[in-house]
Design a protein around this ligand. Structure first.
Ligand SMILES: C[S@@+](CC[C@H](N)C(=O)[O-])C[C@H]1O[C@@H](n2cnc3c(N)ncnc32)[C@H](O)[C@@H]1O
Length: 266
């Protein structure tokens, strides 16, 4: 089975098991949708009437919050079960969503320069190559459009186990090619999914190469000093599990050919 089929099946199963990623937006969260989506204030003050793509974001959380805030929302996801949650919640709340079942590395079902915002929760770990993902994001964003994304940190994906002294073992190489093997410490891995480690140069450098300018960067806190070993917040004290990035599509580089009479330095 290829990575798409494996991850589709894994997420369909996770929905049936009521996993944490399949939690839909609550009434309370829908009262303050932008604050819930974006505690850092990276989004515009209003998204009313904006075109938003929730990329690899099925599950009825991001989509419902953006739609509650007045945005026109498209959801892309590989898992029919995750998309069914979006559909069910939208119907229940009388909201409109467009749903598209496809892979983040092939958005050929979407027009170029369509979206003001692309919001991608943790999911780039499920594809082997980020180049087509960022190229597609850049293509579907309008000029000056915003790309908000969260990624698993490479070092977190290198962790394989915890010792008897509750120290975490970095047991996989940084230059890991191909799918990650199964590990004993699964605090930040999803059962049955095939995952890939992407290095900083591939994440941050890849976003820049795709014509997106990084404006903000943070490492969401998952540390709790009172958490017991075995709890993801215990591990979060030692290794930041996620990277969150705000980038903006910049205008095409202008031709370097100087206009007549104007001198440009090299
Ligand atoms: C961690 S969940 C994110 C969604 C969730 N709403 C959240 O709040 O975090 C990752 C999502 O990525 C989707 N996914 C995995 N591989 C994908 C791919 N190649 N293309 C599109 N979506 C994919 C999964 O089906 C799942 O819905």
């Amino acid at each position: 089975m290829d990575y798409r089929s494996r991850n589709r099946a894994a997420y369909d199963r996770l929905v049936q098991q009521g996993a944490v990623f399949a939690k839909v937006a609550t009434d309370e969260e829908c009262q303050k949708p932008l604050a819930t989506l974006d505690s850092r204030g990276w989004l515009p003050k209003s998204v009313q009437g904006l075109n938003v793509l929730c990329l690899a974001a099925g599950g009825g959380w991001q989509s419902i919050l953006y739609a509650s805030a007045g945005a026109m929302v498209t959801v892309v996801d590989l898992s029919p079960e995750m998309l069914a949650l979006d559909q069910r919640e939208a119907k229940r709340r009388n909201l409109n969503l467009k749903l598209l079942e496809c892979s983040m590395d092939d958005l050929s079902g979407l027009y170029a320069e369509q979206f003001d915002i692309v919001h991608q929760p943790v999911s780039t770990c499920y594809v082997p190559d980020l180049v087509p993902v960022f190229a597609e994001v850049s293509r579907v964003l309008k000029p000056q459009g915003i790309y908000l994304s969260q990624h698993k940190s490479p070092v977190s994906l290198q962790v394989t186990d915890r010792t008897e002294k509750d120290q975490y073992i970095i047991g996989l190489p940084y230059y890991q090619e191909g799918p990650l093997p199964g590990v004993n410490d699964t605090s930040y891995r999803e059962a049955g999914a095939v995952e890939y480690l992407h290095r900083y140069e591939q994440i941050l450098g890849g976003i820049c190469k795709a014509g997106l300018m990084i404006e903000a960067f943070s490492e969401p806190l998952r540390a709790n000093p009172t958490a017991k070993p075995g709890d993801y917040r215990h591990r979060g004290q030692f290794i930041a599990p996620y990277l969150r990035i705000k980038a903006r599509k910049v205008a095409q580089m202008e031709s370097k050919t100087p206009a007549a009479g104007i001198w440009l330095p090299e």
